[in-house]
Design a protein around this ligand. Structure first.
Ligand code: ZN
Length: 183
């Protein structure tokens, strides 16, 4: 998002803005809906009402949804560490550099900034991934906006993987970041 428009009673004002929004929410008022270890005590109608407080058009504009399950004691006390940050940084910098080269001569700097025109140009999916995309569109009842978000995300996952083409695995990963399982 590179501009933020405020509608006033007498006209509108557009401010420059470029931000990343990161948010978290509980699945239900008690917090245990879908938890494998504790029973949610909320009536289903309440869970549904609670989740609908985040509007569809808002959800449509979010790129990545990740469910964060309950973490048990063994995992919290496990001494094994995840991937080191400097390794991740190298991968991200390489993907950023691919994107700078891709958008050379344009005003764009990253995949997230692509409009549908650039998505058509740079996010062609391999033939073998076409049917997956078609099935996801139908099953998740995706809007045109969500469709473009999936393709942009798949392009970024492919860049992080050092791949020239968007392969089925990149697309499948992007699809699984759409929200599902809402009550
Ligand atoms: Zn609950």
């Amino acid at each position: 998002m590179d501009s933020y428009c405020v509608l006033l009673t007498q006209g509108s004002v557009t401010f420059p803005a470029n931000f990343m929004l990161v948010g978290a929410m509980n699945p239900c008022p008690c917090g245990y809906y879908g938890d494998p270890f504790r029973q949610c005590t909320c009536p289903l109608s309440l869970v549904s009402r609670y989740q609908k407080r985040i509007s569809g058009p808002f959800i449509d504009r979010v790129d990545i949804f990740v469910e964060v399950p309950h973490i048990d004691y063994e995992k919290l006390t496990d001494d094994r560490l995840g991937e080191k940050s400097d390794k991740v940084q190298t991968r991200v910098e390489a993907a950023r550099s691919v994107q700078r080269a891709r958008f050379q001569g344009t005003k764009l700097a990253a995949n997230a900034e692509m409009t549908p025109t650039e998505v058509r140009e740079f996010c062609q999916v391999e033939e073998s991934a076409q049917s997956l995309l078609k099935a996801a569109m139908k099953q998740l009842y995706l809007s045109a906006r969500a469709f473009h978000r999936i393709l942009k995300l798949a392009r970024t996952i492919a860049d992080l993987d050092g791949a020239t083409n968007i392969e089925p695995s990149h697309l499948a990963e992007a699809v699984q970041y759409r929200p599902r399982g809402f009550a």
